[in-house]
Design a binder for this molecule. Structure first.
Ligand SMILES: Cc1cc2nc3c(=O)[nH]c(=O)nc-3n(C[C@H](O)[C@H](O)[C@H](O)COP(=O)(O)OP(=O)(O)OC[C@H]3O[C@@H](n4cnc5c(N)ncnc54)[C@H](O)[C@@H]3O)c2cc1C
Length: 424
């Protein structure tokens, strides 16, 4: 016999827990389906930094005990180390707002525990959705469940998205390994650290008192080398601050690494109204700018608060376009190795160092405070100009122009994409 409810949510990651809670608080009956058995989330290596907008969303959904937990590191912004011994540049969140850092597994476990005891939510662990249509889902094993709305909060390989669009390909960007250092402090507590170097960049921040997470980004062209611990140690040695080097080497030699692939899928498609996509299922980008969890939480709130699905999709497309473009551009800027891109990297850091307004603007854009494409285009052109003036004269003008052309293609594609709508 078919079982009917108001809403089925596929996936109990941050976005799924948030939307299940939001619907239940609005008086709807919700079935939340999660493929992982209970307790498995501890092993995850994924998002561990939340922007202030995400902290507000957690509070609004009644997850305030997560944000106020004693000892949980606050996030005041980012510190960028340009390398070559240059002093770091600090980018603070605007108006003293605070983000949050945590172990990903802790966040997911705490959200799951709270949503499981929320009136109106039936939470089923260890059940995988095999297929989806406009009326409901079929679980592996054949059980059918029906609902007015199916929300796909099932992450990057979403079965709900596949049911709508087939096997849409997301673009591989890089690999990332996570390393935990215990008993060490961050040079700037309460800040996310971005260390620029070769072959790419490293991220580091405290996720609990004296517990530091290091994320090493490895461009895909090094996929053979990255399996060799000695290569990884050499790649991180020059870039990491001295106090983290030895514990990091020990963790790498001991094999205590968690690898993840990073992909890109533009946030353009939120489903058809009966099957709705939120969180990573709607789109995802490189974790450098730490927008994934915040996006999923805000999707959840807006979906439930916005009566009309088309209005929800339009609002989210507009809000995510500039932060996504900024994230893509910063990733390329920090990881490309050609001479002009190196010059662009220096120009961006120098812009931040010398101009407080640019620092504020970057942090504001990251948090979705600029919806117009022009808010990105102005500083981008300024950085390109700075890079041209400071370019390394030992390379040919032809090579620099080819690099500039590749740099201009990305924002152009976004400017055009603003006019393209996915099919309902
Ligand atoms: C290395 C790395 C670092 C990151 N760092 C950050 C960061 O610092 N800050 C940030 O905001 N973001 C970061 N992100 C991104 C962030 O982790 C994701 O955006 C976020 O976890 C997405 O949440 P979600 O709920 O949409 O999906 P997920 O967290 O992927 O959850 C999806 C859930 O759906 C379940 N599921 C999947 N398929 C099915 C099915 N068929 N049936 C039932 N259940 C199913 C899965 O088991 C899972 O529990 C990072 C990502 C990576 C890989």
């Amino acid at each position: 016999m078919n079982k009917r409810t108001n809403v089925i949510v596929v996936g109990a990651g941050p976005a799924g827990c948030a939307v299940a809670r939001a619907y239940a608080m609005a008086g709807r009956s919700v079935v939340l389906l999660e493929a992982e058995p209970e307790g498995k989330s501890r092993k995850r290596f994924a998002g561990e930094w939340l922007h202030p907008q995400g902290v507000d969303a957690l509070k609004k959904l009644g997850f305030g005990s997560i944000t106020s937990m004693q000892g949980r590191p606050r996030g005041r912004g980012f510190v960028v180390y340009p390398g070559h011994g240059e002093s770091p540049v600090k980018l603070d969140y605007v108006q003293g707002q605070l983000g949050l850092a945590f172990h990903h597994g802790d966040l997911v476990d705490e959200m799951r525990q709270m949503v499981a005891t929320t009136d109106g939510v039936t939470f089923r662990h260890g059940v995988r959705v095999a297929s989806v249509d406009d009326e409901g889902v079929v679980l592996e094993g054949g059980e059918r469940l029906e609902a007015g709305i199916v929300v796909g909060a099932d992450g990057r390989s979403s079965v709900v998205r596949r049911s709508l669009r087939g096997a849409t390909s997301h673009k591989p960007m890089s690999a990332m390994t996570g390393i935990l250092l215990e008993g060490v402090k961050a040079p700037y507590p309460d800040y996310g650290h971005v260390f620029l170097g070769k072959p790419s960049f490293l991220l580091g921040y405290e996720i609990a008192p004296s517990v530091v997470r290091i994320c090493v980004d490895v461009p895909l062209k090094y996929k053979a080398e990255m399996k060799d611990p000695e290569w990884l140690i050499a790649a991180t040695r020059e870039t990491l601050p001295p106090v983290w080097r030895q514990p990091c080497e020990q963790q790498i030699r001991g094999g205590h690494l968690r690898w993840q692939a990073n992909h890109f899928l533009a946030r353009a498609d939120y489903g058809n109204g009966q099957r709705v996509l939120i969180g990573d299922a709607a789109g995802h980008t490189h974790p450098l700018t730490a927008t994934g969890i915040t996006n999923g939480l805000v999707d959840a709130i807006e979906l439930v608060e916005t009566a009309n699905f088309q209005a929800f999709a339009k609002s989210r497309r507009r809000a995510c376009r500039v932060p996504e473009l900024l994230s893509r551009a910063l990733y390329d800027c920090f990881s490309k190795e050609d001479a002009f891109s190196n010059s662009l990297r220096r120009a961006v850091v120098s812009l931040w160092r010398s101009d407080e307004k640019e620092r504020e603007r970057t942090m504001g854009l990251l948090m979705g405070n600029g919806r117009s494409f022009l808010t990105f285009a102005g500083p981008f052109l300024r950085a390109l100009l700075g890079a041209w003036r400071g370019r390394d004269k030992s390379t040919t003008v032809g090579a620099d122009i080819a690099s500039i052309a590749s740099w201009i293609r990305l924002p152009m594609a976004y400017a055009m994409a603003g006019w393209v709508r996915p099919k309902a």
